[in-house]
Every structure is written in C-alpha cells, then in structure tokens.
Design a protein around this ligand. Structure first.
Ligand code: ATP
Ligand code: GCO
Length: 168
C-alpha cells in the first residue's frame, strides 16, 4: 500500500493556438497519466462552425463541456491531462462540478505571438480569423481557481518543468 496522493487531473486551458496540445501531451507523458485531446470531443457541428469562421456560443459549448466533464470524472483514480480552451469562468465551473479537484494550467501569451503560431500551422480546422473572438471571450482564471499561468513564449520543455513544479 502506498500513501502517495492520487495522480492529478489537469486541464490545460487557453485560446486557440496557445500550445495546449503541445504542452498537454508532454505533461501527460511526464506525469505518466493518460492524455485526452479536448478538441476531439467537439461534435461535428462545432467543428463545422469553427472551420467556417463562426465563433462558438455558450450553447454550442455546453454539450462539449459535459463530454469533457465525463472524461475528467472517469479519470479520478488514474489522473489525466485534458486540453480544453475553458475560456470562461462558467465553463470551468462546469468542469469542476464534474471533477472537483481538477487543476488548471493556463497558457497565456502575447496576441501577436498567438497569431504567428496559428498562421504557421497547417492542417487545423481553426482559422486565424477566430483568434480575436477567442481573446474577447477569455476570462482569465480568478485567484480562487488556483490556476498556474505560464507564458507561451517559453520553450515547451521549460513549460513542462514549470507545470510539474506547480502541480507538486
Ligand atoms: N512553447 C512553444 N514554443 C514554440 N512553439 C510552440 C510552443 N507551443 C506550441 N507551439 C507551436 O504552436 C502551434 C500551436 O500549438 P498547439 O497546436 O499545441 O496549440 P493548441 O492550443 O493546442 O491549439 P488549438 O487549441 O487551436 O488546437 C503549433 O504549431 C506548435 O508546434
Ligand atoms: O471554445 C472554443 O472556442 C474551442 O474549444 C476552440 O478554442 C477550439 O476548439 C480550439 O482552441 C481549437 O483551435
């Protein structure tokens, strides 16, 4: 029997292109927990809207957040790293109601750097034109949410180290 605490359930959050998938995968590997790509849980309707350059509404995101919440709840014993934009406080409250102990890592960065990274990547449904609406919708975590905010200008390996330190 080990007295070690259960592995963490982590949501890596932030606007499109902030590096959620890049950090999320590396962090899951470092923690030895499953990785869940939140973008894969969007219904096709949401993906079609975003691909057409239409921002999602609260109603569009509701069912998606519930699916993510289910996955977070299932990960209670195993831990997990899940990517989810989780832009608004009310979305995060919805996730926390499914997984009360969840930890947040918020990737935050200069809009010009975000635009550059989104512009450089290929094969993604999310068009660069949606970045301004993502930034308008973002409500950065409040102090009581205990989030760790990291600067996307840092290299991925450093972000992993800082996230691991914060999650200890
Ligand atoms: N710390 C970093 N330093 C430099 N480039 C990075 C960093 N993190 C991510 N990138 C690059 O930025 C781009 C966006 O990263 P990524 O796809 O991980 O973001 P995302 O938040 O998951 O995006 P989305 O939510 O839109 O799917 C990718 O091309 C990735 O290689
Ligand atoms: O809440 C949202 O508007 C969406 O989750 C977006 O943030 C994208 O799915 C994601 O970032 C992929 O580019």
């Amino acid at each position: 029997m080990s007295d070690s605490p259960p592995p963490p359930v982590v949501v890596v959050m932030g606007v499109s292109g902030c590096g959620k998938s890049t950090l999320g995968q590396a962090l899951a590997e470092a923690l030895g927990v499953p990785y869940i790509e939140g973008d894969d849980l969007h219904p096709p309707h949401n993906v079609a809207l975003m691909a057409a350059g239409t921002p999602l509404t609260d109603a569009d995101r509701a069912g998606w957040l519930d699916r993510i919440g289910e996955r977070l709840a299932q990960a209670h014993d195993t831990g997990a790293v899940v990517t989810c934009s989780a832009l608004r406080r009310l979305y995060r409250d919805r996730l926390r109601s499914a997984s009360p102990g969840l930890r947040l890592v918020h990737l935050h960065g200069d809009p010009a750097l975000l635009a550059e990274r989104i512009g450089q990547r290929t094969g993604h449904y999310m068009p660069p034109t949606l970045l301004p609406s993502q930034l308008r919708t973002l409500e950065p975590p409040d102090p009581d949410e205990g989030a760790t905010t990291l600067d996307i200008a840092l290299p991925p390996e450093r972000l992993v180290r800082l996230a691991l330190q914060a999650l200890r």
